[in-house]
Design a protein around this ligand. Structure first.
Ligand code: MSP
Length: 497
């Protein structure tokens, strides 16, 4: 049976800061996957949102002279606006300060507690507020946070613990039975090795943190922000109602490598304890640096996605991010490289192809789609590219998918040069060649849609097609002869830096 539901999530981002290119990257990746699955006929639920509790947010609010709630309310619209600008098609936007979320968190914690997996003890160790993470003495790097390098503080307080250690064997068995649970493979191996080293119970409450959800079994304690945050994936589905029954579990949870541990070890253990099915897949991607350096406010090199969209357009940015770096690997952002790709691949190759073909149809057939003649090597290539792109997309190999699509674009340009339509006098033959080019353009527009939804829509419109984009239409010969094409402005302007 073909599965018809598809649930995809992004991490919920901390609101201590405004959205940057790193947040945009994961969110666009999720959008590409969501759009692809919709095109394939699935009912998609695409969730993103914000992580609004914890010490780090409370500190940022204090600095801004606002209450934590006022502060998070002031930042949330910035994320919403950024995702609108980037054409993100999320179906919901969860904020952990919402009632629906708090209610579900309490329900899940109760289940875990009733299962005997929470006990009272004392935590002694180190805490990094920036990463909202606990560390042991051995894990520290020269006395600093091993993840972000910032100062850590010594904590010694009464705390409730979750019996993570109890799930070591069960987790390893789960990994064994579900070899695709964590991708790429190297990220899975890291997790398996760490689980094998031994799991320690984790502190899940704090006495001193007030900006958090209250621990339901002891009013003096609040819930650790990570436990609160992970549950968003459930609370957005109105657990345990119809939406939950329909969409749970996530088909894929996306994130970058620094939070793999939370999603691939702690989260599954919490779900085991609560008696809830585990997500099907965690896809862990790499980090973007900027001209070789980590993005940071102090270096002043933080890339604002809105500024990039205003300068270059949403589709160009989306294209660049996924063409430049294989999904899963680290990448380095460079505006020069972005502009270079716009000028060569988007303007010279794709934009030019669309314009050339439509001009030829206008000139020779008054702007009406000519009659097909015979299928040829372009037909074969288009159909082969569909197959290859389908395989790549299903495995999140966006980079290969784009490579193949742009191979088709380049081959189509070559096909024009080789066939020299301007020299062909036989109208029927000329019509056949232009028909094949128009069909290829239609294929290209469907295939680029998840990456560049605006451009796909523009090409479709110019081809005189008003139908919703569907994978089922990737069959040769659907474009009707006699359809009036509507040539419009060129798709991409060249940029001079
Ligand atoms: N609030 C937690 C997540 C809780 S999920 C239950 C958090 N928030 S965050 O704001 O720090 O976002 C981290 C995520 O943002 C990364 O895992 C990744 O998805 C994205 N990125 C942030 N910076 C990034 C880069 N420099 N490069 C690539 N992705 C980046 O962690």
């Amino acid at each position: 049976m073909i599965e018809i539901k598809f649930y995809i999530t992004t991490p919920i981002y901390y609101v201590n800061d405004v959205p940057h290119i790193g947040h945009a990257y994961t969110t666009i990746a999720a959008d590409i996957i969501a759009r692809w699955n919709r095109v394939k006929g699935k009912e998609v639920f695409f969730l993103t949102g914000l992580d609004e509790h914890g010490e780090k947010i409370a500190e940022a609010a204090l600095k801004a002279g606002l209450t934590p709630q006022e502060f998070v309310d002031s930042i949330a619209p910035k994320f919403i606006k950024a995702w609108e600008k980037l054409n993100i098609s999320n179906d919901d936007f969860i904020r952990t300060t919402e009632e629906r979320h708090k209610k579900t968190v309490i329900e899940i914690i109760k289940r875990i507690y009733e299962n005997g997996d929470i006990y009272k003890g004392e935590y002694e160790g180190w805490y990094c507020t920036a990463c909202e993470s606990f560390w042991t003495e051995i894990q520290l790097n020269n006395g600093r946070c091993p993840q972000c390098g910032r100062e850590v503080k010594r904590l010694k307080e009464e705390s409730y613990f979750f019996r993570l250690s109890k799930y070591q064997k069960k987790l390893l068995e789960f990994y064994e039975r579900n070899p695709d649970f964590v991708l790429p493979e190297s990220r899975k191996k890291e997790m398996i090795n760490r689980i094998r080293e031994g799991l320690k119970d984790i502190s899940i409450t704090r006495k001193t943190v007030k900006w958090a959800i209250q621990f339901p079994f002891d009013k003096e304690h609040s819930l650790y922000v990570w436990v609160d945050a992970l549950i968003n994936y459930i609370s957005a589905l109105d657990f345990p109602g119809e939406k939950f029954k329909k969409f749970w579990p996530p088909d894929v949870e996306l994130m970058a490598k620094e939070i793999n541990w939370f999603h691939s070890v702690i989260w599954p253990a919490l779900l085991f304890s609560a008696g809830i099915e585990l997500p099907r897949k965690n896809f862990v991607h790499g980090w973007w640096t900027v001209e070789g350096k980590k993005m940071s406010k102090s270096l002043g090199n933080v890339i604002d996605p809105i500024e990039m969209v205003n300068k270059y357009g949403s589709d160009a940015l989306r294209y660049y991010l996924f063409r430049e770096v294989p999904f899963g690997q680290d990448g380095d952002f460079s505006e020069k490289s972005l502009v270079n790709r716009i000028n060569t691949e988007l303007a010279d190759s794709l934009g030019n192809l669309v314009n050339r073909v439509l001009v030829l149809v206008e000139k020779n057939f008054d702007g009406y789609v000519p009659k097909p003649k015979e299928k040829d090597k372009l037909t074969k290539l288009s159909l082969n590219v569909v197959k290859a792109v389908d395989e790549s997309m299903e495995e999140f190999r966006f980079h290969s998918a784009l490579n193949d699509i742009f191979f088709l674009v380049n081959e189509s340009n070559k096909y024009i040069n080789e066939n020299k339509p301007w020299e062909i006098e036989d109208k029927e033959k000329l019509g056949g060649i232009l028909y094949n080019l128009l069909e290829t353009l239609r294929f290209i527009s469907i295939l680029i849609y998840p990456f560049m939804p605006e451009t796909a829509g523009k090409i479709m419109k110019q081809l005189g097609i008003e139908k919703k984009i569907s994978f089922d239409d990737l069959k040769w010969g659907i474009l009707k002869s006699g359809t009036k094409i509507k040539r419009d402005k060129i798709l991409f302007n060249k940029i001079i830096l």
